[in-house]
Design a protein around this ligand. Structure first.
Ligand code: FES
Length: 364
């Protein structure tokens, strides 16, 4: 699990004036909209006694903690403590981490880290698909997110973006070629989908019609995004690590046109992903170009000190003290450095640092 990346935390349609909790990277976040419609993301841990802000409510541009009524501005600063007399200033340390937030392609993205704007890895370059029909859903895996992403970045998965009903067989993939970029990679392949199932009126009688081979493109972008194009159909998946062993894949399909009902589309996707479950949860990801690119970029991120050390959090902090992903304000306002109530998540030691602590000939 990596900090200092843009993470898509929710679909735009899920975020409203009512606070919504999202769990990702073993952290809790609260998402809500400001009066002008912009989405905002804060750490969900109230600095007073650790209450969940997502159980509270919005009031003008503030979010109100339900337990003792502290009110927090969009930048995370507390501006009102009801128990204090109005003449008493709010202490500077009464502040939660606020994460840069953007909406793009109907997703709400938060930059979960403390890098200044100019140093942040980019979001994926998403193109408008010109879609008129959007289907969304999610699927939970009992597997780490890198393995989920490895399996779901195979070219055959692009067939899931097609509209309609298909036989429950794997597509045929040929002529795959890879292109590796600075923050991701893409695979292009010739793909023959399984036979299309055509049903008669009321769905009582069905027949199979061979599907034609077509070009499919699967792209991966750090830290957790896979994008698919097959013909005119597009799909994006975000593989969100809830913790080190559980991943939620949130998917969005964009069609130029479709007569499929949203619930039917969700059922078909769920059935397709369910058929993959044993492989995804039980086998290592296949070693294709996207997995190799992810492994390299992941190792580079760890070397930069961006890897969240979930084991250390569990061993040293669990049930004792909460830790949070640091937000940019921690660097931008140095005079606040000593004021933060919540400590920062510990990060994994870079491989080179590990080696220097265990030189050949030394004992651990
Ligand atoms: S826990 Fe939030 S105001 Fe007390």
């Amino acid at each position: 699990m990596l900090k200092n990346f843009w993470w898509p935390l929710a679909f735009s349609s899920e975020v409203s004036r009512n606070p919504r909790r999202v769990t990702a990277l073993q952290q809790e976040f609260v998402l809500y909209r400001l009066p002008d419609g912009r989405a905002n993301v804060l750490s969900d841990l109230c600095v007073h006694r650790g209450g969940a802000l997502s159980d509270g409510w919005t009031k003008d541009d503030c979010i109100v903690c339900p337990y003792h009524g502290w009110e927090f501005k969009p930048d995370g600063a507390c501006v009102r403590i009801p128990a204090n007399p109005p003449s008493m200033p709010v202490p500077r340390k009464a502040r939660v981490d606020a994460y840069p937030t953007l909406e793009k392609m109907q997703w709400v993205w938060a930059f979960l880290g403390d890098l200044p704007d100019a140093e942040r890895p980019p979001m994926p370059a998403l193109q408008e698909a010109g879609a008129t029909v959007i289907f969304t859903g999610d699927f939970t895996w009992h597997a780490p997110y890198d393995r989920v992403m490895g399996h779901l970045s195979e070219p055959a998965v692009a067939a899931l973006a097609l509209d309609g009903e298909f036989a429950a067989e794997p597509p045929k993939v040929a002529q795959a070629s890879a292109q590796v970029g600075e923050w991701g990679a893409r695979l292009k392949a010739q793909l023959t989908p399984p036979d299309r199932i055509e049903r008669s009126f009321l769905g009582l009688v069905s027949k199979r019609a061979p599907a034609e081979a077509c070009e499919a493109v699967v792209a991966f972008h750090m830290p957790c995004i896979t994008l698919y194009r097959i013909g005119d159909d597009h799909m994006m998946m975000a593989h969100l690590p809830v913790n080190e062993t559980t991943t939620v894949t949130r998917w969005m399909i964009a069609h130029k046109a479709s007569t499929t009902e949203a619930e039917i589309a969700r059922q078909r996707m769920t059935a397709s992903l369910e058929r993959m479950r044993a492989r995804v949860e039980g086998q290592p990801a296949p070693q294709h170009a996207i997995v190799q690119a992810f492994t390299r970029l992941h190792d580079e991120a760890i070397a930069r000190g961006w890897g969240i050390d979930a084991h250390l959090i569990q061993a040293e902090y669990a049930n004792i003290k909460a830790v949070v992903i640091p937000s940019p304000a921690r660097r931008e306002v140095p005079e606040l450095a000593a004021a933060w109530v919540m400590k920062e998540v510990p990060v994994k030691q870079a491989p080179s640092q590990s080696r220097t602590t265990h030189e050949p000939g030394q004992t651990a």
